[in-house]
Design a protein around this ligand. Structure first.
Ligand SMILES: Cc1ncc(COP(=O)(O)O)c(C=O)c1O
Length: 452
């Protein structure tokens, strides 16, 4: 066997007949770098992962911003197993199954007014593309089909569908993929090191950045614009917390011009910032909002778009037998995902997890900001149980410093922290204990102390 077919070395701690690493084309991963220094997770429980060799690693990123209830929770695992053994699959095209309706009812009750309908899909990316399509189609069924433009924002992450990357603003995720959706424009991003460094919670500076929306609307004319989409807190680009007053301003301007406002709550949904949904915390009500990840604590792929009163109703016209919205996925409201979500919502309710981030926020904030002054730390940001520590990039090697911190944390501190560029992002499961927050920050502190 030559090197190409042999692939990279087997992972340490795995048996000699363990699978080769090479055939898996890993998503959003530096494949060669990973396969040269693999980092494997073999099982999980509560706040921890376990590596194949049995090392226990504290999960400071809730898997991938998703395992909000903590890992391998028994009621959720039991519900999934039960569903798998009793209704493995049922179509939701032209048919239905009770769990889907029960879940939709639970979700709209959780969101409360004015949200009264939920559209199911299987991921955050699908939730975003579904929301964009709902926006376009909604204008069309109301006789404003010329509203086809979307406005996103620099550094926005809305998944990887063509819609999501078009409105998204992360250059690396866009540049390889051609022209994408036409007619999309972008607001500038809201982070400013000089004005906002080491803000605790929402920065005071920056509400005026929302006024740029008026310029963009004037440029294209409001009558051509379907929707504005933003994450209430930009997550993947490094926890960019909205300035005080910024989201309110976006709401005012979009409402004034008949433009839908979509919040992408794939990360902020389900308790991450102290309320069930981010819009509730900010007191700014969008027209549509997308969720995924925490909906069933990351256990089974699922996403959901919530629609404000009146949106669904606008589609309910024409012949009774006509499909009102020609969109959906084979696995929309998959029984296993629904069962998992229902059990997860019970855990969230019984343990008060959807508001726990608010209780822990001050402790998390103080702990995180105690890293101010540590070598190479240029900014610290936080809201709820989302936080970021931004490092100065190494000259000529952007991203290398945070990657090294991630490696050292994993191998030397038994700590899983996420990195993006030179930003370390933290989002522990919502069951995290104050002492574990301290341990995360202490681990990060000692890693940074050992690095140039
Ligand atoms: C705000 C936001 N939207 C969409 C997505 C895409 O979700 P998925 O990876 O499930 O497609 C993510 C993923 O991190 C996200 O953070």
């Amino acid at each position: 066997m030559n090197d190409m077919t042999q692939g990279a070395a087997l992972a340490p701690g795995l048996a000699a007949d363990a699978p080769r690493l090479e055939p898996f084309w890993m998503p959003f991963t530096a494949n060669r770098q990973f396969k040269a220094a693999p980092r494997l997770l073999a099982r999980a429980e509560g706040m921890h992962y376990y590596t194949p060799e049995g090392r226990r690693v504290l999960d400071a990123q809730a898997g991938l911003w998703c395992v909000n209830a903590g890992h391998c929770r028994k009621p959720i695992a039991d519900a999934i197993a039960q569903a798998a053994g009793s209704l493995d699959f049922a179509p939701t095209f032209q048919m239905g199954h009770p769990l889907a309706f029960e879940l939709a009812q639970r979700l709209v009750a959780l969101a409360g007014e004015p949200f009264d309908h939920v559209f199911f899909c299987n991921s955050g990316s699908e939730a975003v593309d579904s929301a964009l399509k709902i926006a376009l189609a909604w204008h069309r069924v109301r006789g404003e089909g010329q509203r086809t433009r979307f406005i996103g924002r620099e550094r926005g992450y809305h998944g990887v569908g063509f819609g999501g990357i078009s409105v998204g603003g992360i250059v690396g995720n866009r540049k390889m993929f051609g022209a994408m959706l036409p007619g999309v424009d972008h607001l500038q991003q809201t982070w400013n090191l000089e004005q906002q460094a080491f803000s605790r919670g929402q920065p005071q500076w920056g509400a005026h950045l929302a006024d740029e929306l008026e310029r963009i609307i004037a440029l294209h004319d409001a009558s051509t614009i379907a929707a504005v989409i933003v994450e209430p807190v930009a997550g993947s680009a490094g926890v960019l917390v909205p300035p005080v007053g910024y989201l309110e301003r976006l709401r005012e301007i979009t409402a004034k011009h008949g433009i839908l406002l979509i919040f992408d709550e794939v990360i902020t949904g389900f308790g991450r910032i102290g309320r069930p949904f981010g819009w509730q915390r900010f007191g700014v009500v969008p027209d549509l909002f997308t969720t995924a990840k925490g909906i069933n604590s990351g256990t089974v792929p699922m996403g959901a778009v919530f629609a404000r009163q009146g949106i669904y109703e606008a589609f309910m016209q024409g012949p009774q037998g006509a499909i009102e919205f020609a969109h959906g996925y084979t696995y929309s409201a998959h029984p296993l995902a629904c069962a998992a979500a229902l059990a997860t919502l019970d855990v969230y309710r019984d343990e008060g997890l959807l508001t726990r981030a608010a209780q822990l926020e001050r402790h998390f904030e103080d702990a995180l900001h105690s890293l101010k002054g540590v070598r190479n730390v240029i900014d610290i940001r936080n809201i709820g149980l989302m936080g970021a520590v931004e490092l100065a990039p190494r000259p000529d090697a952007p991203g290398a410093r945070a990657y090294e911190a991630h490696l050292k944390a994993f191998f030397e501190e038994d700590l899983l922290i996420r990195y993006t560029g030179d930003i370390i992002a933290l989002s522990p499961p919502l069951i995290v204990e104050p002492g574990q927050i301290d341990r995360i920050v202490q681990g990060l502190r000692s890693v940074l102390a050992r690095m140039d």
